[in-house]
Design a protein around this ligand. Structure first.
Ligand SMILES: Nc1ncnc2c1ncn2[C@@H]1O[C@H](COP(=O)(O)OP(=O)(O)O)[C@@H](O)[C@H]1O
Ligand SMILES: O=P(O)(O)OC[C@H]1O[C@](O)(COP(=O)(O)O)[C@@H](O)[C@@H]1O
Length: 313
């Protein structure tokens, strides 16, 4: 069983522009399209589409349209009632393919709402389950929430995956040791105070940096996604590189979430580390080939590129 938590869910609103975006101008668009989003919800959607049992935990008032969208997908969720209204994150898609994302901070959670969210998450997870803690934290949630929650879940026997950024990411690795982390090159570079371009340029260097994160902070495995340069996996068994699947990119929104879900789909099926990495890469590539924040189902996946073991530099 896999449980995801999204402290800051979002309606992902795709606005397809009919003309190039011009700052200060007026642009015409197609009708907007809304999807239920936020990182943990996206991971849950991809797992559900792949037939993997999953529950999404989130804060949301009972009349939130996002919950009706999850009902329509048949996705199991536990919604903790809160007083704030969920945020809308905008994706502006220009005709030639450039996308601009506008992410808002989300509604404040008060102390009792945060306690209820944490309790709902811990209550949904059993020993041996994976818990996926993903995305930004809304106002009112302390930056160490992922660290304290990771420790609490691990004490209960769960395995924990974390995908976040900024201060929440820094405190997660300083104060806890998740079983799996999914940084991209910018996030890893910020954590290790190094150059993201160097990480993307050379898979051996990328693998060394991913192991540095494991060694410094006791992280179990690092799934390092490199956008159009592919992905690297570092575990206690070694390191592997998967080159990018050849696709025509339409929108990379949701590629990172899909790659984390892809890893877990393969892991749940008992796959080897190299197979888990290949699954992560093809799910990420499939998301990037789909428009807006559309997420992949098994029929969308491209053929898996050849995964190579990477020797230490
Ligand atoms: N242009 C692309 N071509 C092929 N695969 C891609 C492309 N962009 C993303 N992907 C796949 O999706 C994964 C996640 O993308 P990435 O941009 O690194 O995630 P994030 O959204 O977290 O920054 C990559 O590791 C890769 O496997
Ligand atoms: O919580 P954050 O960091 O604001 O991110 C939320 C956004 O990230 C997404 O989950 C997409 O994330 P990825 O492109 O990294 O997979 C969107 O659905 C959502 O709007």
């Amino acid at each position: 069983m896999i449980v995801t938590v999204t402290a800051n869910p979002a309606i992902d609103r795709l606005v397809g522009l009919l003309e190039p975006l011009e700052r200060g101008g007026v642009v015409r668009s197609e009708a907007a399209h809304d999807d239920p989003g936020g990182k943990g919800i996206n991971v849950a959607r991809v797992l559900h589409a792949a037939g993997v049992p999953v529950t999404a935990v989130l804060p949301a008032a009972a009349d939130e349209p996002l919950l009706s969208a999850l009902d329509a997908l048949g996705l199991d969720y536990r919604a903790v009632p809160v007083s704030g209204r969920l945020r809308v994150n905008l994706t502006l898609a220009e005709p030639e393919g450039t996308t601009t994302k506008v992410n808002s901070p989300g509604p404040r959670l008060d102390e009792s709402e945060l306690t209820a969210l944490t309790d709902a998450l811990v209550g949904a997870v059993s020993a041996g389950d994976w818990a996926v803690l993903s995305g930004s934290l809304p106002p009112g949630v302390p930056f160490d929430w992922y660290a304290t929650t990771t420790r609490r879940l691990q004490e209960a026997g769960a395995r924990v995956a974390v995908d976040t950024s900024g201060a929440a990411l820094g405190l997660t690795v300083e104060q806890s040791s998740p079983d799996l982390m999914k940084p991209n090159s910018d996030e890893l570079a910020e954590l290790l105070d190094c150059d993201p371009d160097e990480i993307e340029r050379d898979p051996r260097h990328a693998a060394d940096r991913a192991h540095e994160l494991r060694d410094k902070h006791g992280v179990g495995a690092v799934l390092l996604t490199l956008g159009g340069a592919g992905a690297v996996l570092a575990t206690d068994e070694g390191s592997w590189f998967c080159p990018p699947a050849p696709i025509s990119v339409r929108s990379t929104v949701g590629a990172g979430d899909s790659s984390l879900a892809g890893y877990l789909v393969a892991h749940a099926a008992g796959a080897s580390p190299a197979e888990c990495l290949a699954s992560a890469a093809v799910h990420g590539a499939a998301a990037a080939a789909l428009p807006g924040s559309a997420l992949p189902t098994p029929t969308d996946l491209p053929a898996a590129p050849h995964v190579e073991a990477v020797d230490p530099a």
